[in-house]
Design a protein around this ligand. Structure first.
Ligand code: GLN
Length: 189
């Protein structure tokens, strides 16, 4: 299995390290080109700054190939800024990939200084959740499953092959959410 991490900006090295720690046999690849994208079985869109990531994906001609792979069923996981890029609706902005039936509001938890760590249940696992200028999911569509909540609001969601978390599992030492994503790729479950 080859898991790609979009490597234009943001927490790339952390995701690659976590994927490798799930299982040594899994290959983790930084993705910057169309050829690198073609070689992966799933893609992580990391946290960073969604406006910068948008611009860089456009510059690297990655929008259409990534969108086509997602629509064709490739598992994709967006963390934080990645969630914003996957959402169908972004308050005050045009959506980007528009492959996840949720509404999001950028920086809804406040400024950098308001970043925080919480704990909670993710699909039956008790995990730590690191929020860094995180977006809030303000509405979830019918076909979307909520996997984790914080303060009664969804912070991890899944719609078929699309997984999104408002928080950063790659900033912890716990690779179980990465394992969950690898299972999405391996077992299509
Ligand atoms: N605040 C960033 C944005 O709106 C997301 C922050 C992050 O990915 N940690 O794009």
């Amino acid at each position: 299995m080859n898991v790609g991490v979009l490597a234009l900006q943001g927490s790339v090295a952390e995701h690659l390290k976590m994927i490798k720690s799930v299982n040594k046999k899994i290959v983790a690849t930084p993705v910057r080109t169309i050829d690198e994208l073609a070689a992966v079985d799933g893609l992580i869109i990391p946290g960073g700054e969604s406006t910068t990531l948008r611009r860089l994906m456009d510059d690297f001609n990655l929008y259409t190939p990534i969108k086509e792979r997602i629509v064709a069923g490739m598992p994709v996981w967006g963390t934080c800024a990645g969630l914003i890029l996957l959402a169908d609706r972004v308050e005050g902005e045009t959506p980007y990939f528009s492959v996840l039936d949720v509404d999001v509001k950028r920086n809804a938890y406040g400024r950098q200084i308001d970043s925080f760590v919480a704990e909670g249940d993710f699909d039956g696992m008790y995990i730590g959740m690191v929020f860094i200028r995180a977006p809030q999911i303000t509405r979830v569509g019918d076909g979307v499953k909520t996997l984790a909540e914080h303060d009664g609001k969804p912070v991890a969601v899944r719609q078929n092959n699309v997984l999104a978390t408002a928080f950063h599992p790659e900033m912890t030492r716990d690779s179980r959410v990465h394992k969950y994503f690898c299972n999405m790729i391996e077992f299509k479950e």
